[in-house]
Design a binder for this molecule. Structure first.
Ligand SMILES: [Zn+2]
Length: 614
C-alpha cells in the first residue's frame, strides 16, 4: 500500500505474488498524481484499490475498487517485454471518466472508453516520452481503427443505431475515439484542452452526460466553436484520403503543395458521412539550412493548393507532422527522398512512414535489383542506428523476407539490441530463413533475460531442425520461471522441431495438474507430432469437447489448433458435435468454424497426398 495526498492506493494480489504485485503496480501512485494534477481535479474518492482475480478478462472500473485479470501481474523479467501500465492507467482514468462523470446512454459510451484509452496514452507520454506515445498510442489507435474500417466495420462513434448494448464496446469506442481526442487536443491547443477537461469534470460532477454536453463544455470554457469537429469526427463516419503532390520552383523558391481529397460517399450505408473534410494540418519542411513547420487549413474542397516560400530546395516534406490526423495519405516520393526522411526526420512517425514506403518497395515486383539492394542497406542501417526502439523494431520486421546479406548481418546485430522487443523481433525475422547455420546463435539466446526473446529463439531453433536442437529445447523444461514462460517456450520450440522423441513430453504436460499455459502448449505439440499414436486423437478430442463446453478459451484454442495440425478426419465429427451445443459463446463459435474450415482442407490433403492444395 502507498498513498497520494492522504488517499490510500492499494493493489490486492494473491499471497504468493506479493513481490511481483509490487513490481507490476510500482507506478500506480504516480498515475494517481499525474491524472489529479493534469485534470485539475484531485482523485475524487476516499481510496483507490485494484484487485486481481482469476478467470477475468481485462478490467472493470468499479468506483474506487477496480477488478482486474490476474494475468496483469508480471515479474521483473516479464517487464522487459511489456508492462501492464496500459490496463492500470486505463482503469484508473475511468475513475474520472466513467465513474465521476459517466455516459447517460450507450450511444455516448465513448465519453467513458475513449477518454480512458486516451488518458492511458497520455500516461505513456508523461512516463516514456513523445516517441513512445506517438508510436504506441496515437499511431496504434489510428491503425486499429483503419483495420476495422478495411474489414467493413463502419459507423460513426456516436450513433443511436447500434445492435445491442454489448456491441458498442468496439474499435470505435476505444482506439478510434482515443485518436479523435488526440486530434481534439491538438486542435484546441494544450491550454484550452486542459481548461475544457477541468471545466467539464467540475460542471458534470457525479452526473450522467451526453456528447453534446461535452461539446458545449468546450465552447463555454474556451470560447471555441467545435460543432464542425464533432460533426466530422463523432456524428459522421469515415476519414479523409489525401493525395499530396509537391512541386518546387527554384526561380521563385516556392514550394507548391496540392492536396486532393479522394474519399467517396458510400451510398449503400445507412450512416451519415463526411463528403469533404476540413481540418488544420501541420507540414514539416526541411531544407539544407534546417526544418520548420507550416500551419495550413484544409477546407472542405476537392482540391486545394498551398504555395509556401522556402530558402532552398526542400529535402523533406512531411504532411501532417507527428501524424495527428486519422487519415490515409498518398504521397509519391523517390527512394532518395524516402531514405532522407527515414534517417533525418525528427518526427518518429515521419520516419516510420518512410520506412513503410521503403518496405513496400524492397519486396515489390517492379523494383529494380540495384534499388532493392540500396533500400535493404538503408533499412539495415536503421536497425542498429535509430534512437527509438519502435523504428528499429519495424525495420527488423521489414527485413524478414529480404535476402540481401546486409539484411541478415543487421538482424544478427539486432539480436544484441538493448531493447528486448527489438531482440525478439530480430530473431523472428531471422527465423524465416530456417537456416541451420544460425542454430548456435539461437541456442545462446535461450539464456537471454527476456522471456519473449527465449520464446522466439526456441521456435527459431526448432525450425532449423538442427541436430542439437532437441536436447537444448528439452532442457528448457527443467527451468522454472514466472507463469512457466520458459517451459512453454521449450514446448513451442519442440512443436516447431516436430521431432517424435518429444511425444512422452507432450503426454506428460497435458496431464491433469499442469498449469494451463503448459497444457495448452503441450496440446499444440501433440497436434504436430502425435499423428501415429492412437492416444493423441482421443486426448485432443476430449480436451476440445470439455474446453468448449466450459468456455475455456485458451485451452479450446490450443485443442482446436491441435485437431487441425493432427489432420485426422474424425476431428470434423468432433467439431460438429461441439457445434451442436447452443450454450457456447459467439466468440468460441467463430473459432470453431475456423477450425472446421482449416481441418477440412488438411484432411482433404491427407486423403489425396499426391494432390497439392491450392
Ligand atoms: Zn474501459
Amino acid at each position: 500500500m502507498s498513498e497520494y495526498e492522504g488517499i490510500p492506493i492499494i493493489t490486492n494480489v494473491y499471497p504468493n505474488e506479493v513481490t511481483e504485485g509490487k513490481v507490476t503496480a510500482a507506478r500506480l501512485p504516480e498515475m494517481v498524481k499525474f491524472f489529479s494534477e493534469k485534470t485539475g481535479l484531485k482523485y475524487p474518492y476516499a481510496k483507490y484499490a485494484q484487485t486481481t482475480v482469476r478467470d477475468f478478462g481485462g478490467g472493470m472500473e468499479n468506483i474506487s475498487a477496480t477488478t482486474q485479470t490476474d494475468n496483469m501481474i508480471h515479474d521483473a523479467r516479464t517487464e522487459l517485454d511489456s508492462n501492464t501500465d496500459g490496463l492500470q492507467s486505463h482503469e484508473l482514468a475511468h475513475q474520472w471518466f466513467g465513474d465521476y462523470v459517466t455516459c447517460r446512454d450507450w450511444s455516448d459510451i465513448w465519453l467513458n472508453e475513449s477518454f480512458a484509452t486516451y488518458f492511458q496514452g497520455m500516461w505513456d507520454e508523461h512516463k516514456l516520452g513523445a516517441d513512445d506515445f506517438l508510436y504506441s498510442d496515437v499511431k496504434a489507435n489510428q491503425d486499429a481503427y483503419l483495420n476495422a474500417w478495411r474489414q467493413g466495420n463502419r459507423h460513426p462513434i456516436v450513433t443511436k443505431n447500434y445492435a445491442s448494448p454489448d456491441s458498442v464496446f468496439d474499435t470505435y469506442a476505444y482506439p478510434r475515439g482515443g485518436a479523435v481526442l488526440h486530434m481534439l487536443r491538438k486542435t484546441l491547443g494544450e491550454d484550452n484542452w486542459w481548461r475544457a477537461i477541468n471545466y467539464y469534470l467540475r460542471k458534470y460532477a457525479n452526473q450522467p452526460v451526453e456528447t453534446e454536453q461535452f461539446r458545449i463544455a468546450i465552447e463555454e470554457s474556451t470560447g471555441q466553436a467545435m460543432d464542425w469537429f464533432f460533426d466530422e469526427w463523432l456524428y459522421k463516419m469515415g476519414h479523409p484520403i489525401f493525395r499530396v503532390t509537391q512541386d518546387y520552383d527554384p526561380a521563385t523558391k516556392a514550394l507548391k503543395l496540392s492536396v486532393e481529397q479522394l474519399q467517396t460517399i458510400d451510398s449503400s450505408s445507412q450512416f451519415p458521412q463526411v463528403a469533404l473534410f476540413q481540418t488544420p494540418v501541420e507540414i514539416e519542411i526541411g531544407t539544407a539550412s534546417g526544418t520548420h513547420l507550416e500551419h495550413v487549413q484544409i477546407r472542405p474542397k476537392k482540391e486545394q493548393t498551398f504555395t509556401l516560400t522556402v530558402d532552398s530546395k526542400p529535402l523533406l516534406v512531411n504532411f501532417d507532422y507527428r501524424g495527428t490526423l486519422i487519415k490515409e495519405v498518398q504521397f509519391q516520393k523517390t527512394t532518395e527522398e524516402l531514405a532522407y526522411q527515414l534517417t533525418r526526420d525528427e518526427d518518429v512517425l515521419g520516419r516510420i512512414w518512410a520506412l513503410n514506403q521503403l518496405a513496400g518497395r524492397v519486396t515489390g515486383a517492379t523494383t529494380a535489383a540495384v534499388e532493392k539492394e540500396r533500400i535493404a542497406n538503408e533499412l539495415a542501417n536503421v536497425i542498429t542506428r535509430d534512437k527509438f526502439w519502435g523504428v528499429r523494431l519495424d525495420a527488423a520486421a521489414a527485413l524478414a523476407n529480404v535476402k540481401d546479406p546486409s539484411a541478415r548481418a543487421a538482424l544478427v546485430a539486432a539480436t544484441r539490441d538493448s531493447d528486448a522487443r527489438v531482440r525478439a523481433r530480430a530473431v523472428t525475422s531471422l527465423a524465416v530463413s530456417k537456416d541451420p547455420s544460425l542454430a548456435s546463435l539461437y541456442e545462446r539466446l535461450l539464456s537471454d533475460q527476456s522471456y519473449a526473446v527465449i520464446k522466439a529463439a526456441a521456435v527459431a531453433l526448432g525450425e532449423t531442425r538442427s541436430s542439437g536442437a532437441f536436447e537444448s529445447l528439452a532442457k528448457l523444461l527443467n527451468t522454472r520461471s514466472w507463469r512457466d514462460n520458459i517451459r512453454v517456450s521449450g514446448l513451442s520450440g519442440l512443436a516447431a522441431l516436430q521431432d517424435k522423441r518429444a511425444l512422452d513430453i507432450a503426454f506428460r504436460y497435458t496431464e491433469k495438474g499442469n498449469p494451463l499455459p503448459l497444457k495448452a502448449a503441450a496440446l499444440r505439440l501433440l497436434g504436430k507430432i502425435g499423428r501415429d499414436d492412437p492416444r493423441s486423437f482421443t486426448l485432443i478430442a476430449d480436451t476440445a469437447s470439455k474446453a468448449f463446453a466450459n468456455g475455456d478459451f485458451n485451452l479450446a484454442a490450443a485443442a482446436g489448433e491441435a485437431l487441425v495440425s493432427l489432420g485426422d478426419p474424425r476431428g470434423l465429427g468432433v467439431l460438429e458435435q461441439i457445434g451442436q451445443d447452443s450454450s457456447i459463446s459467439r466468440r468460441l463459435k467463430e473459432q470453431l468454424s475456423q477450425y472446421q474450415q482449416l481441418l477440412r482442407k488438411v484432411a482433404a490433403g491427407a486423403a489425396n497426398p499426391g494432390v497439392k492444395q491450392p
